[in-house]
Design a protein around this ligand. Structure first.
Ligand code: SF4
Length: 189
């Protein structure tokens, strides 16, 4: 390695030689930074999507490799969000691929001090039994003036923001058919 070549690598000299007085152009690049590439460069394909976490509906680019999500970034073409994502949207790949995601039903019984794993089928039956019991016990057929109510105020539902349109449609239909009137969604909060 010649001394002249080493001096040429000195940042201040490079700024002068490359006419880059602010040091924001080529002279700011090292061999390492020149070799860097975007983490999404190896993606097989990019799928346009919408962040499911809240009612804003920011546009997303979902980068896929070998059939799996490798990253999710904001979509600059989205007129809603212009490429921006809040921390929740930026981390939404973890919704699918997060290693800490809970994939089993956990139940903490009344006065219990720890979580118990339950089979999904058993948990579904427990929910159905409790909905039926609470609905029977709190059913209001009519008010004191004799006007029909046919409702229960004993059960409420708060949906999660990652429910899609179709799921929300079915949830609303199901719970209203049971006489529930308190049906809300976290995405509106
Ligand atoms: S959660 Fe954040 S990124 Fe997702 S739609 Fe709402 S504001 Fe946009």
């Amino acid at each position: 390695m010649s001394k002249k070549w080493s001096l040429r690598k000195w940042p201040a000299l490079r700024q002068i030689a490359e006419r880059d007085p602010a040091g924001l152009g080529e002279s700011a690049m090292s061999e390492r930074t020149r070799a860097l590439k975007p983490r999404t460069a190896d993606a097989d394909r990019v799928v346009d999507s919408v962040c499911p976490y809240c009612g804003v509906g920011c546009g997303q680019k979902v980068y896929v490799k070998d059939g799996k999500i490798m990253d999710i970034e904001g979509d600059y073409d989205s007129p809603i969000s212009l490429g921006a994502l809040c921390p929740k949207g930026s981390a939404s790949s973890q919704l699918v691929a997060g290693t800490h995601r809970v994939k089993k039903v956990l139940y903490r019984r009344p006065y219990g001090t720890k979580w118990e794993e339950l089979p999904l089928q058993k948990a579904m039956e427990m929910v159905a039994d409790r909905v039926k019991k609470t609905r029977d016990e709190t059913w209001e057929e009519q008010n004191k003036n004799g006007h029909l109510l046919r409702r229960t105020l004993g059960i409420a539902h708060l949906g999660g923001a990652t429910l899609d349109n179709e799921e929300n449609y079915l949830i609303k239909k199901l719970f209203c058919s049971l006489g529930m009137v308190q049906v809300e969604n976290q995405a509106r909060i």
